[in-house]
Design a protein around this ligand. Sequence first.
Ligand SMILES: Nc1ncnc2c1[nH]c(=O)n2[C@H]1C[C@H](O)[C@@H](COP(=O)(O)OP(=O)(O)OP(=O)(O)O)O1
Length: 169
Amino acid sequence: MTETTLCFPRRTRESTGESIEEVLLIEKRRGLGDGLYNGPGGKLEAGETPRECATRETREEVDLEVDPADLEKAGELTFLLDGERHSVCHVFRTRSFSGEPTTTAEARPTWTPVDDVPYDQMWDDDHLWLPGVLEGNTVVGDFHFEGGKPLDEAEFVEYDLKWNVSFDE
Ligand SMILES: Nc1ncnc2c1[nH]c(=O)n2[C@H]1C[C@H](O)[C@@H](COP(=O)(O)OP(=O)(O)OP(=O)(O)O)O1
């Protein structure tokens, strides 16, 4: 069973007297979820904590610096494939970062208004939990996929969510 991370940098952009709430999404350019929008993230390496992984993946994928200590844990998502636990994903958000997001071989970043998140171009489960995470809630979820590998070609069949949980880390 694999542990993975997702990191959602947030900012408020002022434009002609209006405050626009934005989230940094990536269009993934290779690997699991290729072609889909998501937050930066990926698999934990040996000896790494989820926060360290989210920081490294955000740097590697879009060249943005976030500090592990500034990441707020927002979710823990278990993805199951044909009844077996496939991966557990630690979801973080932060308003603290430095640098400008840059396109890399792995990902194309876009600051996206939270009201315009392209859920129809994301994993089928994202519209169930990401809006709540972007509103500041915490969530634990199980998401069941069936009928084939890899996960991004399997069918999303059912889910269970618990909101406003507290995380120890
Ligand atoms: N169902 C679903 N919804 C939303 N996000 C995800 C899923 N399944 C997932 O795996 N994910 C996320 C979790 C991770 O951030 C990525 C997949 O990461 P990973 O397996 O590491 O992908 P690769 O790019 O192939 O590998 P590395 O970057 O670690 O080399 O998607």
